[in-house]
Design a protein. Structure first.
Length: 127
């Protein structure tokens, strides 16, 4: 099976030795996204709501570059510095996803790159 790297200027560029996403067959493995603004590569200004929305927007841009959308997300991993923000993730996620919702894990972490408070990665299954 061939692998194809996915890249878009509508999401932050990789800040290390990885691709924004890799497609293998009909499955797309999306790398973790933190709330970086693609044009500046700086954290989005604002509160936790702004950080969560920026991450979903970044994931959406990569999904679109792969030929899909967030509707095809089969698995979502959410990494939070403060698990008290889990309810806010649920609230905002309802505006980006529709049923059937993807499988998901929420993991509390000590820190994230660039001082971000949230990071998410996903696996898409394209039909």
């Amino acid at each position: 099976m061939t692998r194809e790297t996915i890249q878009t200027d509508r999401a932050p560029q990789a800040i290390g030795t990885y691709s924004q996403a890799v497609r293998s067959g009909t499955t797309v493995y999306m790398s973790g996204q933190i709330p970086l603004v693609p044009e500046t590569m700086e954290l989005v200004e604002g509160d936790m709501d702004a950080q969560i929305r920026r991450v979903f927007d970044n994931l959406s841009a990569v999904a679109q570059a792969a030929g899909g959308s967030l509707d095809e997300v089969a698995k979502l991993n959410v990494f939070l510095v403060d698990l008290e923000n889990f309810a806010l993730v649920n609230e905002i996620m309802a505006g980006y996803f529709k049923e059937p919702y993807p499988a998901r894990a929420a993991i509390g972490v000590a820190s994230l790159p660039k001082g971000a408070q949230v990071e998410m990665d996903a696996v898409l299954e394209l039909g």
